[in-house]
Write a protein that binds this ligand. Structure first.
Ligand code: SAM
Ligand code: SF4
Length: 330
């Protein structure tokens, strides 16, 4: 079987799919206040998405994450999730959401075959939550989290971006919240994607400081690199909660590219090989030009030679890549 393997011997097993670049939030690290979104006609439709995923499954991809933008805003989402269960080879179907619509959709997502879910949560303080997300309502997200707990996902993880002087003082309360709910949690360093209108370096908060803070309150084992499924996280295990995975995602302070097994599909159908590079394959153009499965497969295999060894984000840069995270399929 032909496999998607790059020049550095990394096999691509994991595809992150941005279903839309739209969102009901405008998180300060992800978007600028005024955003222009892609016109509907330019988004891949569900038939096109299914075809790409099927072809990539034939080339060794096993895990699909639905993301965005806010994937729960895409109409027809749960039917599409169900279609994913029919694709041979795709054994892991997971999703990342801001949680604002989860209260209505959590049960349907589980029924449609989504196994695990990541929910973004940067603050437990309503005012601050609103400030960071610009439009978000913490109560809606907390209701969504409760619904997700009841719905029966195999695992729930919180994603938390920590910014200096903004929410650094909530590391321990967010960790305690995760422990109480029996969720995993990842603390993420902000990445310099898109001109969001802030001076990012001044709000840079290293995951080394987060680790030191957690260690000063909890006895922990040495951080370990996660399994292929965990991806870029370094994992801390707390003696008090050995089953909970506390991840540190450190694009700046600990480069994680050596184990990279993923590529990303933007909502308009560009396949990105690396978060930190613009090289991409225009799959929408190939699909809409009537290419055969074999032609698309060949283009994908050829593209693997362009996957860079690593990203080069620098903590002193506000913007390294002009593409915003909501375009990227974060
Ligand atoms: N809207 C959904 C959400 O917020 O979970 C899914 C898409 S969002 C782009 C996926 C993840 O990317 C979120 O956990 C968010 O915190 C993270 N993210 C967005 N912009 C980021 C940035 N500049 N640096 C690091 N993480 C970022
Ligand atoms: Fe929306 Fe997610 Fe970006 Fe926040 S991080 S603006 S919720 S896409």
């Amino acid at each position: 079987m032909n496999m998607l393997t790059d020049r550095y011997g990394r096999s691509i097993r994991y595809l992150r799919v941005s279903l839309t670049d739209r969102c009901d939030f405008r998180c300060v690290y992800c978007m600028s206040e005024k955003m222009r979104f892609t016109h509907r006609s330019k988004l891949l439709d569900f038939d096109e998405l299914e075809r790409i995923i099927r072809i990539m499954a034939g080339l060794g991809v096993r895990k699909v994450r639905l993301t965005g933008g806010e994937p729960l805003l895409r109409r027809g989402l749960t039917d599409f999730c169900h279609r994913l269960t029919q694709i041979e080879g795709i054994t892991e179907r997971v999703l990342t959401t801001n949680g604002s619509h989860l209260a209505f959709l959590a049960d349907d997502l589980v029924r449609a075959g989504i196994q695990r879910i990541n929910i973004s949560l940067d603050s437990l303080q309503p005012e601050r939550f609103r400030q960071i997300s610009r439009f978000g309502n913490l109560d809606d997200v907390l209701e969504g989290i409760e619904a997700a707990c009841r719905a029966g996902f195999e695992r729930i993880k919180l994603n938390t971006v920590i910014l200096r002087g903004v929410n650094e003082d909530e590391v321990l309360s967010l960790l305690d919240f995760a422990l109480e709910k029996k969720f995993d949690i990842s603390f993420i360093e902000e990445m310099p994607l898109g001109e969001v209108g802030r001076n990012r370096p001044s709000e840079y908060y290293s995951s080394d400081w987060i680790e030191a803070l957690i260690r000063s309150h909890y006895r922990c084992s040495q951080p370990q690199t996660g399994s292929a499924t965990d991806g870029p996280s370094r994992l801390l295990t707390l003696d008090a909660a050995p089953d909970i995975r506390v991840g540190l995602i450190s694009p700046h302070s600990h480069n994680f590219c050596a184990q990279c097994n993923r590529v990303r599909l933007t909502a308009e159908g560009r396949l990105l090989l690396c978060l930190g590079h613009e090289d991409s394959l225009d799959l929408r153009a190939l699909l809409r030009a009537g290419s055969s499965d074999e032609e698309i497969e060949s283009a994908l295999l050829a593209q693997m030679d362009l996957k860079p060894e690593r990203h080069q984000f620098a903590p002193d840069e506000s913007v390294s890549i002009v593409r915003f995270m909501n375009m990227t399929g974060g």
